[in-house]
Design a protein. Structure first.
Length: 143
């Protein structure tokens, strides 16, 4: 998915720089999860870490499934309203957000990966079905 036009070019450049800084200093749980997601290790899905999307930087993003994976540490307990608004905004773009607690990632990686794998499969099926029901405009006009 492309997210061009959501923010100005200047803001996009700033978000890319912020994401670069975040990549340099991952939390412990983000670092652990990245080691399991990088290089298409999970279900062959390509994930990006600290991916800018509009005015947000998400922990992990899989474009082919339009799936965001966020790892929530203790600070998220204090910002539930802001997290909810962020989720609504990102999901309004057709994305799915999966939230995992840092505790699950750090103490039960198998469960965390199973949850992500299941969500990937559900998203890929849903997107595949939607493509069959709603053919793209380019496919319609090429006949």
């Amino acid at each position: 998915m492309r997210f061009d036009g959501l923010i100005s070019e200047q803001m996009r450049r700033e978000m890319v720089e912020i994401a670069r800084e975040f990549r340099k200093t991952p939390t412990a749980s983000e670092g652990l999860l990245w080691q399991q997601l990088r290089g298409r290790q999970l279900a062959g899905a390509k994930f990006r870490r600290q991916q800018p999307i509009g005015s947000f930087v998400v922990d992990f993003y899989c474009d082919e499934a339009a799936l965001i994976v966020e790892v929530d540490g203790p600070v998220h307990e204090l910002q539930q309203r802001a997290d909810g608004e962020r989720r609504e905004c990102l999901e309004s773009l057709g994305l799915k957000m999966l939230r995992l607690s840092a505790d699950i990632v750090e103490n039960d990686m198998r469960s965390a990966l199973t949850t992500i794998r299941q969500c990937l499969e559900e998203r890929q099926q849903a997107l595949s079905l939607r493509e069959r029901v709603e053919p793209s405009a380019s496919a319609e006009g090429s006949g």
